[in-house]
Design a protein around this ligand. Structure first.
Ligand SMILES: N[C@@H](CCC(=O)N[C@@H](CS)C(=O)NCC(=O)O)C(=O)O
Length: 217
């Protein structure tokens, strides 16, 4: 059998929840490593897959390439309903699922385009640290919003793990980091720790986003 899916990604990046979802679903995939932030050559190599020069992207068995982490995660969960990684379209939790998936993508993840390289929008190098700090404040405040509006049970939307849990467990490790996430959204802390500790994900975390000393900064 050929390889049905190709993930274009990088360790610690938004491809990690997608790799986690594919692993939980149990479909084989090939991983193509791209770190566009490492320079123009890396970014140019990715442009043929995603003209925005960003990871993640997912090539489907049809040859179509999906970009945008939230779209990929929702699509995977819907394409493999047997894996129960999202509430079904008619489920009462579906509106909240779509809302928070999109929230993580648009209110939080999108800000890293500037936070990772403030020179993209601010010329004066001496202003970059301040811009980053403001963006990290904004990200913490978005987590706070999520924390005050969600009432997790075992997982964010109830007692079943969904791709939203994978997405939040990953994104909450990015700057300003997990400690600040716990402070901003204490009600979500137990859930992300549960996902960190999920034995089904242990190998994936170790290989793709390891819990190295001091990771929980
Ligand atoms: N909206 C995109 C954002 C993807 C994104 O920002 N990816 C980062 C890595 S985590 C990236 O490729 N950064 C390089 C760049 O933006 O130049 C998504 O949700 O997939």
């Amino acid at each position: 059998m050929g390889e049905p899916f190709v993930v274009y990604g990088a360790s610690g990046s938004g491809s990690v929840p997608i790799e986690a979802a594919l692993g939980l679903i149990g479909v084989p995939y090939r991983l193509e490593e791209h770190a566009p932030w490492e320079g123009d050559r890396q970014a140019d190599r990715l442009a043929r897959i995603n003209p925005l020069r960003q990871v993640p992207a997912l090539a489907l068995p049809t040859g179509e390439v999906l970009t945008e982490s939230a779209a990929i995660l929702i699509w995977l969960a819907d394409a493999y309903p047997g894996a129960r990684l999202a509430p079904a379209p008619a489920d009462v939790r579906r509106p909240a699922f779509l809302r928070w998936m999109t929230f993580v993508s648009s209110a939080i993840y999108a800000l890293y385009w500037i936070a990772d390289n403030p020179a993209r929008v601010i010329d004066r190098a001496e202003d970059h640290a301040g811009v980053k700090a403001r963006l990290f404040d904004r990200i913490a405040s978005c987590w706070e919003q999520m924390g005050t509006q969600l009432r997790p049970q075992q997982y964010l939307l109830g007692d079943e793990l969904t791709v939203l849990d994978l997405y939040v467990a990953t994104a909450s490790r990015w700057s300003p980091g997990r400690r600040r996430f716990y402070t901003a959204a204490p009600g979500l802390a137990e859930t992300v720790r549960r996902v960190d500790a999920d034995p089904r994900l242990a190998t994936l975390w170790a290989e793709r986003f390891p819990f190295t000393d001091g990771w929980e900064r």
